[in-house]
Design a protein around this ligand. Structure first.
Ligand SMILES: Cc1cc2nc3c(=O)[nH]c(=O)nc-3n(C[C@H](O)[C@H](O)[C@H](O)COP(=O)(O)O)c2cc1C
Length: 166
């Protein structure tokens, strides 16, 4: 598969098999996030890996999408380290790039994932549950696991997206 094929075939996966993802592959997914671009190369992302069932259950109670979190093999909580930040909008875009790197690399490994944003409504409680101090602001939870569904999401046509070629 070309990189474009991999980008095009990635879809959010919300149902996972029981099979565990190895620590080696979890490290590689984090490594993909670590190499994302950021303004001034400030790398404002920080990670918490959640494999423990008790923590997954506590997190699952913070979102409408509780079944996804509880049914995942592991999750990565992504935080914005504000002391490392220099420009909030740019820093948050960098964190989006970091998250996308991890989603794509997981897909490359045959591991499904979904970026969960709805849980942000409880961002302060998430930090409390995970024991993370106020220097780090919760941005997103990503759920991972070997896929147990064929997911499908469509896209707008290019004609609807391309405003101009000048
Ligand atoms: C910022 C952001 C927040 C999202 N939040 C959620 C969420 O809370 N729950 C969920 O099931 N999917 C969530 N998603 C996944 C989107 O629904 C999904 O990416 C979109 O429908 C396109 O489908 P695809 O990823 O399968 O291509 C989120 C995606 C992004 C980028």
């Amino acid at each position: 598969m070309t990189l474009l094929d991999e980008i095009r075939s990635r879809r959010s996966v919300r149902k996972y098999r029981e099979e565990p993802v190895s620590d080696q592959l979890i490290s590689e997914i984090l490594e993909a996030g670590r190499w994302a671009p950021s303004g001034l190369n400030n790398q404002p992302w920080r990670f918490v890996v959640i494999k423990d069932k008790t923590f997954k259950t506590k997190l699952s109670e913070m979102t409408h999408y509780s079944g996804i979190v509880a049914g995942s093999d592991f999750c990565i909580a992504v935080f914005y380290n504000s002391p490392a930040g220099y420009h909030r909008e740019k820093d948050i875009m960098s964190i989006g790039a970091c998250i996308q790197n991890m989603l794509l690399y997981a897909h490359h490994l045959g591991i499904g994932s979904v970026w969960l944003g709805e849980i942000l409504k409880n961002k302060d409680r998430i930090s409390e549950i995970l024991g993370i101090n106020q220097s780090n602001e919760f941005m997103a939870l990503i759920a991972f696991g070997y896929p147990d569904e064929e997911a499908a999401g469509e896209r707008l046509k290019m004609n609807d997206l391309l405003l101009k070629i000048l």
